[in-house]
Design a protein around this ligand. Structure first.
Ligand code: GAR
Length: 190
């Protein structure tokens, strides 16, 4: 069975979907959840599953120590795959070169990269946005796209209502991509 490390920053609904799938399908196991702040709900979810949670509180973007600590902590767990699932920090190290790393993003990349994808789609008056899973590279939300699905913007949507619908799609999409990578169905190497 393949081993994954999940990175998250907050609520952890994507982490929860992965943890549910790992308990049911036995195709991958989550060796740890790594979070960048204290007292996240994602950690509460991990505790319920008996999955170790490691807190590496973020300091600031100039903090090379934090970047190094994150990379070393993740690599020490020797994962087959790193999954950024609602991790709201830019990873400036070369972690993705040392271990395959994927990221879930709440838009149809390359549209609306960055930390405010849902608000940006609404502000732009988009009729359709969506969910993407992509390989991580040195850019911000620029790596090779592995899966995408559209989500229609409804009249009266707020960023909260739209984001909830996107997350429902993301949960299924991310589990599917991780399952396919870990089962060998989806090749992400050269
Ligand atoms: C998800 O929509 C994920 O795509 C997004 O954060 C949310 C996490 O939800 N990530 C980004 O925006 C990264 N740029 P969750 O905390 O409920 O799993």
């Amino acid at each position: 069975m393949k081993s994954i490390v999940v990175l998250a920053s907050g609520n952890g609904s994507l982490f929860q979907a992965l943890a549910d799938a790992s308990a049911q399908e036995k195709i991958f196991s989550i060796s740890a959840l790594v979070v960048d702040r204290k007292d996240t709900y994602a950690v509460t979810r991990a505790t319920k599953f008996g999955i170790p949670a490691i807190e590496i509180p973020f300091v600031d973007y100039e903090d090379d120590h934090w970047q190094r600590l994150l990379k070393e902590t993740v690599l020490s767990l020797q994962p087959d795959l790193v999954v950024s699932a609602g991790f709201m920090r830019i990873i400036r190290s070369d972690l993705f070169l040392k271990c395959p790393t994927i990221n879930a993003h709440p838009s149809l990349l390359p549209e609306f990269p960055g930390a405010h994808a849902v608000q940006d789609a609404l502000a732009a008056g988009a009729d359709v946005t969506g969910a993407t899973v992509h390989l991580m590279d040195a850019g911000i939300d620029t790596g090779r796209i592995l899966a995408q699905k559209e989500v229609v913007v409804l009249p009266g949507d707020t960023s909260a209502t739209l984001h909830e619908r996107i997350k429902t799609v993301e949960q299924i999409q991310l589990v599917s991509v991780v399952t396919d990578i870990c089962s060998g169905k989806l090749k992400i190497g050269e």
